[in-house]
Ligand binder design. Structure first.
Ligand code: CTP
Length: 413
């Protein structure tokens, strides 16, 4: 029932931590990959060795361990999970979550995640009933944190009441329930794939009220992000200023300038696929004025421009974080295919969608696009079609590429 799912299990310091060992086993029985973070308190009840033996994965214990951070930073740890499960969730860790504290690997990971979080509270009945805990429970629930338990029963401390951690089988059932409405993988072939799309123009400030921009509407980039997200890709849309509504089902980062767009892209790595559809301004003003520039009778100012970084080229350069598939656009007004081929080589990307943006093409701001799809060995002329259809056709090529790669890997095994 949990095949293909990765659960990040955070084991906090409570007597019920010993049950977490069984929880790891039961989640794995359901096909899940279980990665564990053990808090300092958790280590008082279970050992990292027993947790790693059961999970068959490395156990993450301390944010300040340089090896852990180098191998898998806390951001990546939470990104690669489908669900973060805190079991046992002590009053202490729930208070830290409610307050947004980032004090150790567990709390930092919980603060950095955009994935569903489930807690299985375990504590003494008085602690559970305390107004502070109840306020924290209400805060967490209002933020969408899911609760498995607690239940009523005898406590390790000899008291009776609410606060016992749910039975392991009930926690596993709650986890399975969380995923039950997910569409079948066949409908979402890009599930597990991380995609990043840049879209729209950039605005390069001259002073606080004026900027240099271009006519990009963002329609093509937004449509591509929507198509990838609909196929199950975990999608980040990095958008320059546009008049478009934010699409749903993805993370959206709004930026203004090329420098901000590059920083957002670098922060979004690692990614499997990047589509650079933004019309990034090639230049920015060398030194922006802090105050609005005034007409002081001395004539118009000389605007000195400096070159912006090329985002597509930067991300396509060979490096350990280079995405597996780098896709760019080439806006051309003449010799579309030859210029696009030269751009693939110059920018070291894998595919280019070249489009004719000559004034009579109506591409900028319009709803239609005429594309030449170009990779290392092909140039395909696509008929004139809507930007949605271009997005769907590109997404289909990406699916073909991803699934083809998976099959290739299996054949070679
Ligand atoms: N691009 C980018 N960062 C830049 C400039 C362009 O990421 N600073 C990306 C665009 O998103 C697009 C591709 O590079 O995917 C090509 O953009 P285009 O404007 O056609 O090419 P330029 O690099 O500007 O080359 P030229 O102006 O010489 O045609």
């Amino acid at each position: 029932m949990l095949s293909g799912k990765t659960i990040l299990l955070i084991i906090a310091g409570g007597v019920a931590a010993f049950k977490s060992l069984d929880l790891i086993r039961r989640l794995k029985d359901q096909g899940a990959t279980v990665r564990c973070v053990l808090t300092k308190g958790g280590e008082a009840f279970v050992t990292p060795l027993s947790v790693s033996a059961l999970s068959e994965e490395k156990v993450y214990t301390d944010i300040f361990s340089l090896t852990d951070e180098a191998e898998m930073g806390h951001i990546r740890l939470s990104r690669e999970a489908d669900l973060l499960l805190v079991a046992p969730a002590t009053a202490d860790i729930m208070a830290k979550m409610a307050a947004g504290l980032a004090m150790d690997l567990a709390t930092t990971t919980l603060l950095a995640t955009d994935k569903p979080v489930m807690v299985a509270p375990a504590m003494n009945v008085r602690m559970w009933e305390h107004a502070a805990t109840q306020a924290n429970v209400a805060t967490l629930a209002s933020r969408g944190v899911l609760f498995a338990g607690p239940v009523e029963g005898n406590m390790a401390c000899g008291e009776y009441g609410f606060g016992r951690m749910s039975e392991v089988s009930d926690i596993v059932a709650a986890v399975i329930h969380q995923f039950k409405d997910e569409p079948e993988k066949a409908d979402r072939p890009l599930t597990g794939v991380r995609a990043m799309v840049t879209s729209g123009p950039t605005h390069e400030a001259i002073d606080p009220v004026r900027y240099i921009a271009n006519r990009s509407s963002g329609k093509q980039g937004h449509a591509i992000a929507a198509a990838l997200a609909a196929l199950g890709a975990e999608t980040i849309l990095i958008s320059g200023p546009t008049a478009l509504p934010d699409p749903t089902g993805m993370t959206i980062v709004h930026v203004e300038s090329a420098l901000e767009m590059l920083a957002a892209c670098e922060a979004g790595l690692p990614a499997d696929i990047v589509v650079c559809a933004a019309a990034v301004s090639d230049w920015r003003v060398a030194s922006q004025a802090d105050q609005k520039m005034k007409k002081d009778g001395g004539g118009p100012p000389d605007l000195v421009l400096t070159e912006n970084p090329d985002i597509l080229k930067t991300l396509s350069a060979p490096s350990p974080t280079r995405p597996g598939l780098m896709i760019g656009f080439a806006a051309e007004t003449q010799n579309v295919v030859e210029n696009a081929r030269a751009k693939i080589i110059r920018k070291q990307c894998d595919w280019i969608l070249a489009n004719d943006v000559s004034p009579d093409s109506g591409v900028f701001g319009g709803d239609l696009n005429t594309i030449h799809f170009i990779d290392a060995d092909r140039a395909e002329a696509w008929p004139k079609m809507s930007k949605q259809d271009v997005a769907a056709r590109l997404a289909a090529q990406i699916v073909h590429h991803v699934i083809g790669d998976e099959r290739g890997g299996q054949d070679g095994d």
